[in-house]
Design a protein around this ligand. Sequence first.
Ligand code: SAH
Ligand code: AVI
Length: 330
Amino acid sequence: MSTQLFGWSKIKGEDYAAVREFASDVRNGLGKPQKELHSKYLYDDLGSSLFEAITHLPEYGLTRADEGLLRRHSHEIASLLPSPVAVIELGSGVGKKTRHLLEAVGAGLEQERLRYYPIDVSSEALTHCERELSDVAEVHPLVQSYLTGMSRATAERQPGESFLVMFLGSTIGNFERKCATEFLRDLHRALLPGDMLLVGADLVKERDRMLVAYDDPTGVTGAFNLNLLGRINRELGGDFQLRDFEHQARWNDQHNRIEMHLRSRMNQSVFIAEADLTVTFRAGETIWTESSHKFEPQELDEMAQQTGFSVEAQWIVRDWPFAENLWAVR
Ligand code: SAH
Ligand code: AVI
């Protein structure tokens, strides 16, 4: 492939488009009155590794709750699926938790190996995912955003086959509530009656437990958040001084969500070469980098019904309140 000289680095044509899109999103996001950056940009190679570290934190019970439910109920889930079935996972990350379900679904197949399509914007995460899971399924990684990946995966549908789509780890909570509904409608349009969706969703719990899960004393979540500025420096020629910003987690009572922000410690200005942008910050001003919405069990059923799915089952764990939801395309 031809390479182009772009700024300080030589990059391939397809990466050039991604850099332009990143630069344009940064320009738009930092131009708003409440500055913001899209949470999908948290996941470069370093960000994906830092997220993986978060899942091991004692304060972040979400991943363990999700994994425990999948471990305990994978055979029951597999028994509720149509056959034959192939599996798609949205935002799989390294896909560690998915093993339980792939094993259970694969065990029911007569001859062929189970086909598994993990979709993620992080190629680093997908490389790990393929390595981790190729003993239990035929892995077809798709480095794509959710819906582009969905259309690639569903194009591989075999005659008479159904899909199980998995959206684990409460990643649905990273959408604004209205966007989550729109996204589920889009997903529904990409599927056929009889296909199924397994959605993991974190439930509302005590405020202090939620806050410390996103502001751990070890500082891993802070590093995950600050890395977004580091990524802008590396990929877009920014000159953010990371030590001049601090990580902040807030509980928003009105929207039942944790918000992550990066707070400027002082009045300062930052230049981002590839966005051709100088941004000024007042001391205390923040960039909003992520929302993690928390749900009530009933609300999840309503979301399914509003977006064309029927609720087949819901499993809830109480020690770290979390719900696994199995929905079918009506
Ligand atoms: N499912 C895993 C990982 C969750 S982290 C778990 O439950 O632990 C969220 C994952 O979604 C990351 O790997 C990130 O790279 C991916 N992601 C975020 N936004 C995305 C988008 N718009 N399209 C595709 N993947 C996305
Ligand atoms: C991927 N997502 C569901 C995580 C969450 O809990 O919102 C990302 C995360 N952000 C901070 N810690 C973990």
